[in-house]
Design a protein around this ligand. Structure first.
Ligand SMILES: [Zn+2]
Length: 318
């Protein structure tokens, strides 16, 4: 379901601290193809750094109907969400480094496109590079990839001589360097979150507000929550209507992650049941310098889930 996937990608970017703007109609917009997303393509718009081409990305040009991308990245690093369904950005594939993506004339149905708003004849901003590499990492996570091989430059897949994303006139960015950053930005540095083959299955997530995330009432799930600033303390809370039986929320494992993929599992004596009401918090849940996200593996049981919410968030006063 492409709307849910694109929403999850956007929410994960928000959880990592990026500003995300949903362009109205994004969840219905597409070129008419049925999505079969398996990778992502990085582009430059060949315009200025201002996002004045937004209308063209949404509606297209006289020679090419819109949408022309799924995401766009602005000079300040803001991510724009343009279209949940396939867009006209990649043309046919088969260029010098297409694999493992398919070689096909109908390439757009397989790839999400990020149009980075800059000329290409000079480098993109640092903020754009940071957003673009993180977006590719998050796309790979949501598509279930364990490596960076499904992230490509348009220059690598094009059969018509495209050279984007450029860092100078006709000069494409070093995509192996780009992908090495993508790989490091993926949770667990390409490993399963907690190691081993019994890693929990991924749960979709909903973002309530910046730096707070709902633990969905699934029997068994994992969420990743971005650490918005240094030195914050994690808290987990179950809240809901008084007089109704709360669900049983059990925290199985917690691990803090650094930006380069190192994980620090917290030592727990066993699964921790979080009672309804008071938040579960403590000094031992503090993020340490350099840690940018936390992975929480949890389970839900009981019938009270629909009357209650469970949230993970960070507090400042520890
Ligand atoms: Zn392109």
């Amino acid at each position: 379901m492409s709307v849910a996937r694109v929403r999850e990608i956007a929410n994960r970017m928000k959880a990592r601290g990026f500003r995300v703007v949903f362009e109205p109609g994004w969840e219905r917009r597409g070129n008419g193809m049925s999505p079969a997303y398996t990778g992502d393509i990085v582009h430059h718009t060949a315009t200025g750094f201002a996002n004045s081409n937004l209308s063209i990305l949404i509606h297209g040009r006289s020679d090419l109907p819109g949408p022309l991308c799924n995401f766009t990245t602005w000079a300040d690093g803001t991510l724009g969400v343009i279209a949940a369904f396939p867009a006209n950005h990649a043309g046919a594939s088969g260029g010098r480094n297409t694999r493992p993506l398919p070689v096909t004339r109908s390439f757009n149905k397989y790839v999400l496109g990020n149009e980075i708003a800059y000329p290409g004849t000079e480098p993109m901003t640092d903020a754009q590079y940071h957003t673009a590499t993180t977006l590719s990492a998050v796309i790979n996570e949501v598509l279930g990839h364990k490596d960076d091989a499904h992230t490509k430059a348009h220059a690598e897949t094009s059969v018509t001589g495209k050279w984007d994303p450029g860092r100078g006139n006709g000069v494409t960015y070093d995509m192996n360097a780009f992908r090495s950053i993508v790989r490091k930005a993926m949770h667990g540095n390409g490993r399963t979150p907690f190691g081993g083959s019994a890693a929990p299955k991924r749960s979709s997530l909903a973002l309530l507000e910046d730096a707070a995330m709902e633990l969905k009432p699934t029997p068994h799930g994992t969420i990743s929550l971005g650490v918005p600033e240094r030195g914050l303390s994690l808290q987990i809370q179950v809240a809901g209507a008084a007089g109704t039986p709360p669900p049983k929320l059990t925290i199985h494992r917690i691990a803090f992650m650094t930006g380069d993929g190192k994980k620090r599992p917290l030592k727990m004596t066993g699964p921790k049941t979080v009672p309804a009401g008071d938040p579960w918090q403590g000094d031992w849940l503090n993020a340490q310098p350099g840690e940018t996200s936390v992975l929480i593996e949890y389970s839900f049981a009981g019938r009270g889930a629909k009357n209650h919410t469970a949230t993970a968030s960070f507090r400042r006063d520890y």
